[in-house]
Design a protein around this ligand. Structure first.
Ligand code: PDD
Length: 282
């Protein structure tokens, strides 16, 4: 595939960075994944805004404008033949001459982007949708989960825990037994027709799919939404559980820790919400 590295497009196997890059040595960087279906980017502006906020939070000075990022995305889509793609954008603090923890002065950020195939956006139909199975475990990541850091070891270890036990994802909860999110997605329950998801704070990533979904549901008004603490007791007694991320949109969960969620079938509220999301995403 064709990738973008520090201003140039090149085949993946020609893209080279130094092993002294702080992204490699420290996981010192910020990333994004933006979905694109048949050339149409989803959530482009909020994705770039979140990336800019992340770089501000960790003091990386790198200033591509929205137009410059859009050109990178559109060029990569075109050079790689389009289709359904996830566009990965990555800015690390850059390559230093020494391994020293402090932020170096006068080092240029490393910018890298590539694309990967993603499944077609889900169709809002219980009969054909992919049903997810998840496990759960205590969230052992750090206290800055609102930063979309390339240092993903905590997420990777949690995902692996779920994967090794035959699950598609793993739902995480804090020491107080409150759901935070999935290892690579946001999490929701549905109870008596109400969609409930944890509020934005340092324990979760402010997902762009979450942002758009809550916006679309609020505008439509037919499904009630609450942003509040969700206990694992509530999760285990939920009628439905959903996960959202850029590459899966809204994923319906039918099994949690080997137990059926609700009646064990994909729920009616999921179908309605996914239909609204498919029509309203921007
Ligand atoms: N994951 N929470 C975590 C920990 C995530 O890694 C992600 C995204 C989300 C959902 O965010 P969004 O809706 O903006 O994709 C929530 C990406 C896709 C990944 O790392 O592959």
């Amino acid at each position: 595939s064709i990738v973008f590295l520090n201003g140039s497009y090149m085949p993946m196997d020609e893209a080279k960075i130094s092993p002294m890059d702080r992204g490699f040595l420290f996981g010192d960087g910020i990333y994004e994944v933006i979905p694109s279906y048949d050339g149409k980017l989803v959530g482009f502006a909020p994705h770039i805004e979140r990336m800019d906020q992340g770089m501000d939070l960790i003091g990386i000075k790198f200033g591509y404008s929205q137009d410059e990022w859009r050109a990178v995305c559109e060029n990569l889509i075109e050079k790689n033949g389009g289709g359904n793609l996830g566009i990965y954008l990555h800015v690390s603090r850059g390559t230093d001459s020494k391994r020293f923890h402090a932020y170096p002065e006068d080092v240029e950020a490393t910018v890298f982007a590539f694309v990967f195939e993603i499944p077609a956006a889900p169709v809002a139909d219980k009969a054909v949708a992919k049903a997810y199975k998840v496990s759960s475990t205590e969230d052992l990541r750090w206290k800055r989960c609102n930063i979309k850091s390339t240092a993903l070891l905590g997420n990777v270890m949690h995902f692996q825990q779920g994967y090794e036990s035959g699950n598609n994802e793993i739902i995480l909860y804090n020491a107080d037994g409150e759901m935070t999110e999935g290892s690579a997605c946001n999490a929701y329950i549905v109870k008596d027709g109400v969609v409930i998801t944890p509020p934005l704070d340092h324990q979760i990533l402010p997902g762009i799919t979450r942002l758009m979904l809550l916006d679309i549901l609020a505008k439509d008004g037919s499904i009630k939404v609450e942003e509040r603490i969700v206990t694992m007791d509530e999760v285990r007694n939920a009628d439905e559980i959903w996960l959202t991320s850029s590459s899966k949109e809204i994923a319906p969960v039918v099994e949690l820790d080997g137990q059926p969620v609700g009646d064990g079938q994909i729920g009616a509220t999921w179908e309605k919400a996914q239909a609204l999301y498919s029509a309203g995403k921007y």
